[in-house]
Design a protein. Structure first.
Length: 124
């Protein structure tokens, strides 16, 4: 994940995500994937404990970079829903010690549910 330009653009929701061994290995006991999104090659998953960003690197995509963003470090968040002409939705998360990370979602992503999900874990 490029934190100099911390934006994931046009993430599409994956309804039946294919298993990614490296993501499965990262999950803690009792942690589960709640929502999964895919960019051109990258993935972003929202789990019951954190956001995990998987950045595929190199021409062959063998090298992968994983970033774990725990909900406990989120200071604030905002959501922008899709409109009639602008069909993309956005979510911005502000992490202590890191700054802002922005996610742009393409298509019919339920950002209200995603906002509720983040709020559930952040505001406890």
């Amino acid at each position: 994940m490029d934190f100099e330009n911390a934006t994931f653009v046009k993430l599409k929701q994956v309804v039946s995500p294919e298993s990614d061994a490296i993501l499965e290995e990262m999950l803690l006991e009792g942690e589960s994937i709640l929502m999964s999104f895919r960019g051109s090659r990258d993935k972003v998953v929202f789990t019951s404990k954190r956001v995990i960003a998987l950045n595929v690197q190199g021409m062959l995509g063998k090298k992968k970079s994983l970033t774990s963003l725990p909900y406990t470090k989120i200071q604030s968040f905002s959501v922008e829903t899709a409109g009639t002409f602008d069909r993309d939705a956005e979510m911005e998360l502000w992490f202590s010690g890191l700054g802002k990370v922005k996610f742009a979602f393409a298509g019919d992503v339920d950002v209200a549910y995603l906002s509720k999900l983040i709020g559930h874990y952040v505001l406890q």
